[in-house]
Design a protein around this ligand. Structure first.
Ligand SMILES: Nc1ncnc2c1ncn2[C@@H]1O[C@H](COP(=O)(O)OP(=O)(O)OP(=O)(O)O)[C@@H](O)[C@H]1O
Ligand SMILES: O=C(O)C1=C[C@@H](O)[C@@H](O)[C@H](O)C1
Ligand SMILES: [Mg+2]
Length: 175
């Protein structure tokens, strides 16, 4: 048992939105590492950041991702920062990882000023988002088999692009 697709990318890339649509199209379940952690902990990610700190969250995240990679048979979306943990990157090897990319303008527009994203809740979310993209871009690229630029695509079109990217692999795997 392992996911048919693993979506990674920065906040606002559309991992949750596209992931749900993709799972619907494929007729498989969808799950999100953030939701797994929230269900395990019985509290919101923003509360975990506030009470326990980011480092503790990253430990929970690595454990949740490892479990989902081993047990989840559908589409799996990872938290935006998950691939920044070395252990997560090691666990991702061999999985059909797709990087949903988004540029600064579209990313900031999509994320808005939501306080649900603790890392972007500071005084200058645009600058924070820009720094985050710069730091993470090479890491996302190295961890993924495919990259899809989502800035000018509606979610349904991103799903089409993910399916097109993954279909040769699915053919080889006899799916
Ligand atoms: N391709 C797209 N075009 C336009 N809007 C989009 C697209 N993908 C997602 N959105 C919108 O952007 C917002 C963020 O999307 P979503 O929550 O799916 O991102 P995410 O990658 O899961 O972010 P996070 O890492 O914070 O969980 C939502 O309001 C969603 O409707
Ligand atoms: O980009 C990040 O580091 C994060 C993204 C969200 O999905 C959550 O996992 C959390 O808010 C951290
Ligand atoms: Mg999400």
């Amino acid at each position: 048992m392992s996911p048919v697709a693993v979506l990674i990318g920065p906040p606002g890339a559309g991992k949750s939105t596209v992931g749900e649509l993709l799972a619907e199209r494929l007729g498989v379940p969808f799950t999100d590492s953030d939701s797994i952690i929230e269900a395990d902990q019985g509290r919101a990610i923003s509360d975990i950041f506030l009470s326990d700190g980011e480092a503790a969250f990253r430990v929970m995240e690595r454990e949740a991702v490892a479990r989902a990679l081993a047990e989840h048979d559908g589409v799996l979306a990872l938290g935006g920062g998950a691939p920044m943990t070395e252990g997560v990157r090691a666990d991702l090897e061999g999985h059909p990882v797709v990087f949903l990319a988004v540029g600064l303008a579209a990313g900031v527009r999509r994320v808005g000023l939501s306080t649900a994203r603790p890392l972007l809740a500071g005084v200058n979310p645009r600058a924070t988002f820009s720094a985050l993209l710069q730091e993470r871009l090479p890491v996302y690229r190295a961890a993924a088999r495919h990259e899809i630029a989502t800035d000018h695509l509606e979610p349904a079109a991103v799903v089409d692009a993910v399916l097109a990217a993954l279909s040769p692999e699915a053919d080889r795997a006899g799916r």
